[in-house]
Design a protein around this ligand. Structure first.
Ligand code: 5GP
Ligand code: MG
Length: 185
C-alpha cells in the first residue's frame, strides 16, 4: 500500500489504487449490463485526463465496442478557464450508435456539457450517456449529471490516475491533493 511518504509533493492521498480498481469492477458490471441489448457502442474518452480510467474500466467491460478520443482542455494550472477548447477539428463518426462519453472528473460541468451538445448537434448518435471517475460535489456552472460516477469528492484540486497539474502527475497510480508549495501562486 502506497503512503504519502512515497509522494512528498502530495498533501494527502484521497483514493488508493486498490480502491479505484475495486470501484471500476462495479462500474464495468453496470455498464456491461446496461448496454448489453442497446446496440452498437462507441466509448469516447476525453483526453488526456481519462486515459487510465478508460483503459482500466474498459478492460473490465464485456461488450463489443469502439474507442474514440476527444482532446479537450479547459484548465490552466489549477483553475478552470471556463473556456472549452476542442483541439481537433473532426468529431468521431457515431451516427446511429450508442455513445458513452468518459471523462476524469465532473467539476463545473462545462466540459461534458460542451462535448455532449456538439455530439448531439453534429453527429446524430442514437443516445449519449456519460461517466466520470470523480464527481466534485459543488454547484455546477452548467447543469449536468453523469450517468456513471466512480467517487464523489469535495471541491478541491486533485491529481493522479490521469489527472494533471500543468501536464504532470498523471502517472500517479492514485488520486491525491498537491501540497500548496507545489502549486504556483
Ligand atoms: P468542468 O468542465 O466540469 O469544470 O471540468 C472538467 C475538466 O476540468 C476535467 O476534464 C479536468 O480536465 C479538469 N479538472 C476539473 N477539476 C480538476 C481537478 O481537481 N484536478 C485536475 N487535475 N483537473 C481538473
Ligand atoms: Mg479534462
Amino acid at each position: 500500500m502506497s503512503s504519502a511518504f512515497s509522494y512528498p509533493y502530495l498533501e494527502k492521498i484521497l483514493i488508493h489504487e486498490t480502491t479505484i480498481l475495486r470501484r471500476l469492477d462495479e462500474l464495468a458490471w453496470e455498464i456491461t449490463r446496461d448496454f448489453a441489448d442497446r446496440g452498437d457502442l462507441t466509448v469516447i474518452a476525453v483526453m488526456h485526463g481519462s486515459l487510465f480510467f478508460v483503459a482500466d474500466l474498459l478492460r473490465r467491460v464485456q461488450l463489443p465496442l469502439r474507442i474514440e478520443t476527444l482532446n479537450v482542455a479547459s484548465y490552466d494550472g489549477a483553475a478552470s478557464t471556463g473556456l472549452i477548447r476542442f483541439r481537433q477539428t473532426e468529431l468521431p463518426d457515431v451516427r446511429g450508435r450508442q455513445v458513452l462519453v468518459l471523462d476524469d472528473i465532473l467539476d463545473s460541468g462545462q466540459t461534458l456539457h460542451a462535448i455532449c451538445s456538439r455530439l448531439q448537434a453534429e453527429c446524430a448518435p442514437a443516445a449519449i450517456r456519460t461517466g466520470v471517475l470523480l464527481n466534485k460535489v459543488r454547484p455546477r456552472v452548467v447543469e449536468v449529471a453523469a450517468d456513471y460516477v466512480g467517487f464523489d469528492i469535495g471541491d478541491e484540486f486533485v491529481v493522479g490516475y490521469g489527472l494533471d497539474y500543468n501536464g504532470e502527475y498523471r502517472n500517479l497510480p492514485l488520486i491525491g491533493s498537491l501540497r500548496a508549495e507545489y502549486i504556483a501562486a
